[in-house]
Design a protein around this ligand. Structure first.
Ligand code: SF4
Length: 444
C-alpha cells in the first residue's frame, strides 16, 4: 500500500479502525486521527477484522493501563485480516515506543502523538527519546462531527505541574494551550448539545499564552463563557484545587452545569506535600462549602490515590473523615502505581505501602463513598430535572458526566425525540438504583 499524505487523491476502499483506551483526552485524539484518516482517503471500517489499517490509541498512565494496551494490541493483531496493518499510537507509544517496536513484531507502525499512522514502513518505526515537547500536536487537526449529542474538546496538551506520582509531564511535555478561536471553531463545527472541556490541568488553560497583565484564571474564564454562549451545556473536567478561585466558581455556576471535578488525590497535608501538590483537608472543605453556599445543588466529583509512599493510618483516617464531611457526589479511587521517572519512585523504599494494605484502604474508602453516592442519588428522587437524551432509554442531567458517572434511565420518552440528536427533556425522578436515576418524562 503506497503512503498517503494529506491532500493527495486517495484510492478508494481503504478502511481504518481505531480502538481507543484510556481517558477522555485520548478519545479526542482518536477523533482527530479519524478526521485525518478521512482526509487521507480512508473510510471507517465496520469492525477491526474488516479494516486495512487498525490503530490502537494506547494509555500508559499506570501499569494496568499498559497491560490492557498490550493485550488489546495482541488481540487485534490476532483477529486482523491478512495484509491489514497495525499501528500503535498514544501514551504507550510515546513513552515506550522503542521497547514496543522491538518487543512486538506484530506492530507495523509505532507512532507518537500526531505522527503519520499510515506510514508504509514495513518495519516498526524505532523511537528517538524525546528531549522537548512533541513537535506536532493533534490538537489543531480537524475532526468529524460529533455522533453523540456531546463531545470532548481538548483545549491544551501537556502539563506544567510535577505531581509526585505522575509521569504525564515527562512524555506529554509542558503545557501548550490552543488559541481560543481555534477551540471555538471546533465547538461550532461539532454542533453538540454538550461540550466537555478537557486538559491535563484545565484551569491553567491559557497560562502559557497569557500576558503578565492577565491573572491566572482569565483565559479559562473567557473560554468557559464563550463556549457557554454557543452550547447549552459546558462541563469542565479535571480542575487542580488551587485554581478554583471565587471567579472560576462564579463562572461555572453561571452556566447550566454546576458540576465541579476537583482532582484532590489526598487530603492529609504531609502526604499531599509528598505528592508535591497543593492543599489540605481544611482548604478543600472551605472550597466545597463555598460552592454549596452559592449553589446547594452543585455536584462535586474528585479522585484519590491510596497507598502513596509514606501513607499512614492517620492519613487514612483523615481521608475517611474528609469523605464523610465533604459528602461528594462522585469519587474515583485508585491505588498508587509507581511510575518510572516520577518523584515518587525515588522516595525511600521504607516508605512503600504494601499493595495489600493499599487495596484494603481503597476498599474502606470505596465502601464509605459508595454509600454516600447512593444516598445522595436517592435524595434526588421526587425532583424534576433537565435531561439530555442519549438513547431511547437513557440520558444525563447536569449531575452526570458522560462515561464517568451514572445515567438517568428514562421512561415515557416520545418516539420522535429518540432520533433527535441532542434533545433535552424535562423529567421527574421516580427512583434511584445505586449511581443511576430513574425518571419519567414530563415535558420536552
Ligand atoms: S496536574 Fe499533576 S496529576 Fe495532573 S497531569 Fe499535571 S502532573 Fe499529572
Amino acid at each position: 500500500m503506497p503512503p498517503v499524505s494529506s491532500g493527495s487523491v486517495a484510492p478508494p476502499a481503504r478502511s481504518y479502525w481505531i480502538t481507543t483506551l484510556g481517558c477522555p483526552k485520548n478519545e479526542v485524539d482518536s477523533a482527530k486521527l479519524a478526521g485525518r484518516l478521512t482526509e487521507s482517503g480512508y473510510a471507517e471500517a465496520s469492525g477491526p477484522d474488516e479494516a486495512d489499517l487498525i490503530v490502537v490509541n494506547t494509555c500508559a498512565f499506570i501499569q494496568p493501563a499498559r497491560e490492557e494496551s498490550i493485550d488489546t494490541i495482541l488481540a487485534l493483531s490476532e483477529s486482523r485480516r491478512p495484509g491489514a496493518r497495525l499501528a500503535v499510537t498514544g501514551c504507550l507509544a510515546e513513552r515506550s515506543g522503542a521497547e514496543l517496536a522491538e518487543a512486538m513484531p506484530e506492530i507495523d507502525v509505532v507512532a507518537g502523538f500526531g505522527m503519520d499512522v499510515t506510514s508504509d514502513s514495513s518495519t516498526p518505526v524505532a523511537f528517538r527519546p524525546r528531549e522537548s515537547v512533541p513537535a506536532f500536536d493533534l490538537l489543531e487537526l480537524p475532526r468529524p462531527p460529533a455522533q453523540a449529542p456531546w463531545a470532548y474538546v481538548k483545549v491544551a496538551e501537556g502539563c506544567d505541574r510535577r505531581c509526585g506520582f505522575c509521569a504525564i509531564p515527562s512524555f506529554r511535555g509542558r503545557q501548550r494551550s490552543r488559541q481560543l478561536a481555534s477551540i471555538l471553531a471546533e465547538v461550532d463545527a461539532l454542533d453538540a448539545s454538550e461540550i466537555v472541556l478537557v486538559a491535563q490541568d484545565l484551569a491553567s488553560y491559557g497560562r502559557d499564552r497569557s500576558s503578565e497583565s492577565r491573572t491566572q484564571t482569565d483565559s479559562i474564564l473567557e473560554l468557559v463563557s464563550e463556549v457557554a454562549q454557543r452550547v447549552r451545556w459546558v462541563r469542565l473536567l479535571y480542575l487542580y484545587p488551587s485554581s478554583l478561585n471565587d471567579r472560576l466558581i462564579d463562572t461555572i455556576l453561571s452556566t447550566e452545569v454546576p458540576y465541579f471535578d476537583l482532582s484532590l488525590q489526598h487530603v492529609s497535608a504531609p502526604l499531599v506535600r509528598r505528592m508535591r501538590r497543593w492543599g489540605n483537608r481544611e482548604r478543600f472543605l472551605e472550597r466545597i462549602r463555598r460552592i454549596r453556599q452559592l449553589e446547594p445543588d452543585a455536584v462535586l466529583r474528585s479522585s484519590f490515590i491510596l497507598g502513596y509512599p509514606g501513607e499512614t493510618e492517620e492519613d487514612q483516617d483523615e481521608l475517611l473523615g474528609f469523605l464523610e464531611e465533604a459528602q461528594l457526589d462522585w469519587a474515583g479511587l485508585f491505588t498508587f502505581s509507581p511510575e518510572a521517572g516520577t518523584f515518587a519512585v525515588g522516595l525511600d523504599p521504607s516508605l512503600s505501602v504494601p499493595p495489600g494494605l493499599a487495596l484494603e484502604r481503597l476498599a474502606e474508602c470505596s465502601e464509605l463513598q459508595d454509600a454516600i453516592t447512593t444516598r445522595r442519588r436517592a435524595n434526588i428522587v421526587g425532583t424534576e430535572m433537565t435531561v439530555l437524551v442519549e438513547s431511547s432509554e437513557s440520558g444525563r442531567s447536569y449531575r452526570e458526566a458522560p462515561e464517568i458517572d451514572g445515567v438517568v434511565r428514562l421512561r415515557g420518552l416520545p418516539a420522535e425525540l429518540v432520533h433527535e440528536r441532542g434533545a433535552f427533556v424535562r423529567a421527574r425522578c421516580i427512583g434511584s438504583e445505586g449511581p443511576d436515576l430513574i425518571a419519567e418524562v414530563v415535558a420536552e
